[in-house]
Design a protein around this ligand. Structure first.
Ligand SMILES: [Zn+2]
Length: 121
C-alpha cells in the first residue's frame, strides 16, 4: 500500500467512525438489560453500561450518577464534555476534572460515603 492508498483508507475509516458517532447522537436510547449494578443501554450502534441510580444513594452520589447517565445516553455532559469515538465499538466522554460524573471524581465521592460504584466500562 502506498501513501496515497493509506491516506484514502484512513479517511474512509474516519468517515465510518464519524457516521457511527452521528448515529448515536440522533438515536433514542433504549435499555436492553442489566448486569449487576449496571444497566445496559443501546444508543444507536453502541451498547453503554451505566451505573443504576438507586434511590438510597446519598444526594451527592445521585447527582453524580444522574449526570453520568445523562452524558452516556445523550452524548454531552453539563461540564461541557462531549461523546467521542475511540474505535468502531467504543465511545468515551472525557469529563472535566471537577465534574462529579468523571471516573476518579465519582470513585472519590463514593468512597467518602463508604460506597463503591462499580462500572463495567
Ligand atoms: Zn461531566
Amino acid at each position: 500500500m502506498n501513501g496515497k492508498q493509506a491516506r484514502r483508507r484512513r479517511a474512509l475509516w474516519r468517515e465510518q467512525l464519524e457516521a457511527r458517532l452521528a448515529q448515536a447522537q440522533t438515536a433514542t436510547p433504549r435499555q436492553v438489560g442489566t448486569v449487576g449494578d449496571s444497566e445496559v443501554w443501546e444508543v444507536g450502534p453502541f451498547l453503554m453500561a451505566i451505573p443504576t441510580l438507586f434511590d438510597d444513594y446519598p444526594a451527592a452520589i445521585k447527582h453524580a450518577i444522574s449526570r453520568r447517565r445523562r452524558a452516556a445516553l445523550h452524548g454531552h455532559c453539563d461540564c461541557g464534555a462531549e461523546r467521542r469515538i475511540v474505535n468502531p465499538h467504543t465511545v468515551a466522554i472525557d469529563h472535566a476534572n471537577d465534574c462529579p460524573a468523571g471516573d476518579d471524581q465519582l470513585d472519590a465521592l463514593a468512597a467518602q460515603h463508604g460506597l463503591t460504584v462499580r462500572r463495567l466500562t
